[in-house]
Design a protein around this ligand. Structure first.
Ligand code: XUL
Length: 518
């Protein structure tokens, strides 16, 4: 028993979550916002540097500096850092950090009398890191897929098609644009393994959950794929450490942190993972069939799968779960809140009128449908915005509101079929999950109960729970159970008549999608 710390280095901030397992509760959470602390020094806006032509980078030194600021803040908030038994973390996925041959020596000799920023500034072979928002690598995606073989070879080998934000196309672009610096790079980390390396005081490998987002890992064997490495860039195998087992600690905390901040020198470090794989643990998805939906700016659906099934049309991603045995499917619908807000504003509604419109219209909307692609869409792939109405007149404001929410719920059912997961219950989180009318549509479309799940820091919580589980070696359900219960009395059950209505409507909706996407 003890206390476990989870860190989450996301695009805009570094967040921590401290779990006290003796009393089964979250003791402390804190977020260090990058813009608030560092934008003058690094020139970032919302944590990133927009460099033109789709390039979006962040300075990795800023992520390291944030560790010092966070631990200073925790100490001044009175948190007893010496009581922490183990630390793990989560990083925004796909982002790559390029390091030179001074890394190992520098990490081993960090001086507790100086800040990390001063000591780490010369370990980089590239001062900025491309991150998941970067869309500059379309050519490299095509090249990698072609070099590796037939169209589906990369998909079957790594679980994913080549995506512009994934690490391999980003590494290939760096090699092509700046071969000298590429060859001066000794180690390539992801955001997750870079931060774990600093904490452990030694380079730490990428875990299998985050390695799945590189287009370089054999998704069945959980090892780097020689074919994928060769298709990406020369000498890449030598720049990547072996993939880490996400459940085995990599060592004790560096003396830099124990001396400077008072951590117990016996505190262990577990490999960090990606933010989505960690969120899956933080949302309690440790058994196949459990599915969570986050209704935010975009809507994201996560599912726990028992095997690495792949999405043939490239609509979803597959990651190994850091629980060491399952897999995670992820689908992102860009037109989430964006579409709900667009239709609300179209009719000059507030959220109250929006909700009233859902109450005033029947399940199935008398057959009226809409394709709600107010912005380009990821799932399905729609390059240009297009809003298509079928049996729906634009002037009928209330029917339009219902049509958008029903379209989103039906899309979440249709586009998750490739996962072959029997959805027995949906755990919903995010801003729009407070709206019962919306949740009732999801319950009816999926014909299963919907539970509300209130957590804001699921990635940091997931990281803390990973550290806990690896330390006390209990089964996963026991580890996550006390921290991932749905909100009391929040369950919404499906209504049988309504669910039947959607059986036919789903077929019509799918036809409409197929006729309007290529
Ligand atoms: C997932 C993805 C994002 C980042 C955000 O594939 O690109 O969710 O992980 O941090």
């Amino acid at each position: 028993m003890g206390k476990y710390l989870g860190l989450d280095s996301s695009t805009q901030s570094l967040t921590c979550c401290l779990v006290d397992h003796d009393i089964h509760s979250i003791e402390y959470e804190r977020t260090i916002n990058f813009d608030e602390h560092f934008s003058d020094d690094y020139g970032t806006i919302n944590g990133v540097l927009k460099l033109g032509n789709g390039k979006v980078h962040s300075p990795p030194l800023m992520w390291a500096e944030a560790l010092d600021v966070l631990f200073d803040t925790m100490r001044s908030d009175g948190v007893d850092l010496s009581s922490i038994s183990s630390i793990s973390g989560s990083g925004q996925q796909h982002g790559t950090v390029y390091l030179n041959d001074s890394l190992t020596k520098t990490l081993a000799n960090l001086d507790p009398g100086q800040v990390l920023k001063a000591q780490l500034s010369s370990v980089f072979s590239r001062p900025t890191s491309p991150i998941w928002m970067d869309t500059s690598t379309q050519i490299q995606c095509t090249e990698i897929e072609t070099r590796i073989g037939r169209q589906d070879t990369l998909l079957h080998l790594t679980g994913n098609n080549a995506f512009e934000r994934f690490s391999a196309p980003q590494i290939r672009k760096f090699y092509q644009d700046d071969p000298v610096s590429y060859h001066q790079t000794s180690t390539i980390c992801l955001v997750s393994s870079f931060l774990a390396s600093i904490l452990a005081g030694t380079p730490v490998g990428i875990d299998q959950g985050d390695a799945s987002g590189t287009n370089l890992m054999d998704i069945s064997k959980h090892t780097w794929s020689r074919k994928a490495l060769d298709a990406t860039a020369p000498d890449l195998a030598g720049k990547l450490l072996p993939i880490s087992n996400p459940q085995i600690t990599v060592g004790k905390i560096s003396s830099y942190f124990s001396v400077r901040y008072g951590f117990d020198p016996r505190c262990t470090i577990l490999p960090f993972s990606g933010d989505n794989p960690c969120s899956m643990i933080g949302l309690g998805l440790v058994e196949p069939g459990r599915v969570a939906l986050s209704l935010g700016t975009s809507d994201t659906l996560f599912a726990c799968m028992d095997a690495p099934r792949v999405s043939h049309n490239g609509e979803g991603c597959v990651f190994a779960s850091p629980d060491g045995r399952n897999y995670m499917a992820l689908i992102c619908f860009l037109n989430g809140s964006l579409a709900r807000e667009a239709i609300r504003d179209n009719y000059d509604f507030g959220w109250q009128e929006f909700t009233q419109a859902l109450k005033d219209t029947p399940p199935g909307n008398n057959g009226a449908l809409i394709l709600p692609y107010f912005s380009p869409e990821i799932t399905p792939k729609i390059a240009n915005p297009c809003v298509v109405r079928d049996s729906l007149i634009e002037s009928d404001a209330k029917a339009n509101v219902r049509a958008v929410v029903e379209a989103q719920a039906m899309a979440s059912k249709i586009h998750s079929e490739w996962m072959n997961v029997n959805i027995r219950s949906l755990y919903v989180t995010g801003g729009a999950s407070s709206n019962e009318e919306i949740l009732s549509i999801y319950a009816n479309v999926h014909n299963c109960p919907v539970h509300r799940f209130e957590t804001t820091n699921s990635a940091a919580l997931g990281a803390a729970l990973r550290a806990l589980q690896a330390d006390i070696r209990c089964d996963w359900k026991t580890a996550v159970g006390p921290y991932t219960q749905p909100t009391a009395n929040s369950t919404i059950e499906p209504m049988s008549n309504a669910s039947e209505t959607y059986v036919g409507l789903l077929k019509r909706y799918e036809t409409l999608v197929n006729t309007n996407s290529h």
